[in-house]
Ligand binder design. Structure first.
Ligand SMILES: NC(=O)c1ccc[n+]([C@@H]2O[C@H](COP(=O)([O-])OP(=O)(O)OC[C@H]3O[C@@H](n4cnc5c(N)ncnc54)[C@H](O)[C@@H]3O)[C@@H](O)[C@H]2O)c1
Length: 314
């Protein structure tokens, strides 16, 4: 039986995934300590320490006595990583080293790390499994790749039981429309609710693997409760969805007309993405449960004033 005396530290716990994960951990009976540079939403029962992952000295103290760490804190803006690669490196690579060292010195055995599909770059074959070559296209992807290597190296060097989860396009309530991952879903929802025409860049045939935030939280809980894994693990839905299909589904749910404005294709975007998730199933029992249509429906319903989005079918 878990008690609040079993504490999990969540770095980046005030962010999109972090906020959902903290509530899931609290529901499961854990004590939760958030390490972030911004406070979590009011009303949470999680403890909060306003500490940067760049502050190595304070991290060790905060991690003392914890059972495990979920390390989500990061700069997630891929284009910002291109204009300012050093800041990205500092937080995403060196910051991860700080968290790892703090865990090692504090005697915390388990760390689950949020890596990214960005480590793969443009897929050369689909679905992308964990053996797929890594060829990041941005400093963000390079820093995530370096960081996950350190995370897993600590298993063999220091007897930790760490896990690196390569997240694909996570979506769900509370995501910022500017997110490079699934901000498109929030943007489409906003456009539909405002009655404006959603924008599709390119022909809309580019594909992504959208995974619901609840399934991602489940993967992190499994990772932190498991015994670690020497290979990184893909966390995705395993379903390939084009941006055009995505918008059609959202319009279908709301009874809105499908009438996007097509804009020129954006440079640097990969054409297709879908993950092979068999290894995560095998190693941590990960099995995504939220179908995209259901996740989108819940998201649209939860959106502020969302019911006004729904129009009767003609
Ligand atoms: N959202 C996705 O689809 C997706 C996909 C792949 C990987 N990831 C990874 O998952 C993690 C969480 O992503 P998210 O979408 O919730 O992002 P987010 O931006 O909502 O959350 C990141 C959090 O990290 C915090 N943070 C930033 N710099 C910090 C610092 N120096 N010290 C402490 N905290 C700091 C931010 O304040 C924020 O609360 C990130 O590591 C991201 O790279 C996300």
């Amino acid at each position: 039986m878990l008690g609040v005396d079993v504490v999990i530290v969540v770095t980046g716990g005030s962010g999109f995934i972090g906020a959902h994960l903290c509530e899931r951990l609290l529901d499961d009976g854990y004590g939760v300590r958030v390490v972030d540079i911004v406070p979590p939403k009011s009303g949470t029962k999680a403890e909060f320490a306003r500490v940067s992952v760049l502050d190595a000295a304070r991290l060790t103290k905060i991690l003392s006595g914890a059972e495990g760490v979920v390390h989500l804190a990061a700069l997630i803006d891929v284009s910002a990583s291109v204009s300012d690669p050093f800041s990205d490196f500092s937080v995403n690579a060196a910051g991860t080293m700080n968290v790892l060292e703090a865990a090692r010195h504090a005697g915390v055995k388990k760390l689950a790390f949020a890596s990214s599909a960005a480590v793969y770059g443009e897929p050369v074959r689909l679905p992308v499994d964990e053996e797929h070559p890594t060829a990041p296209l941005s400093p963000y992807g390079a820093a995530k790749l370096a960081a996950e290597r350190y995370v897993l190296l600590y298993n063999s060097l220091y007897g930790m039981e760490n896990t690196a989860l390569r997240l694909f396009n996570v979506y769900g309530e509370g995501q910022n429309a500017s997110s490079p991952y699934s901000g498109v879903i929030t943007k489409f929802a906003n456009a539909i609710s405002e009655g404006s025409r959603p924008m599709i860049f390119g022909d809309g045939e580019q594909t992504r693997d959208f995974v619901h935030v609840d399934d991602v939280c489940d993967a992190f809980v499994r990772a932190i409760e498991g015994q670690g894994c020497s290979s990184p693990l893909n966390i995705a839905s395993g379903v390939e969805t084009s941006v055009r299909e995505l918008l059609e589904t959202m319009c279908g749910i709301c009874g809105a007309d499908f009438s996007p404005t097509y804009m020129p294709e954006r440079k640097g975007e990969i054409a297709r993405s879908v993950a092979d998730i068999k290894l995560a199933r095998k190693r941590i029992g990960y099995a995504p449960r939220m179908a995209l249509s259901q996740g989108l429906r819940e998201l649209l319903e939860a959106k502020g004033g969302a019911r006004s989005i729904f129009r009767p079918k003609k």
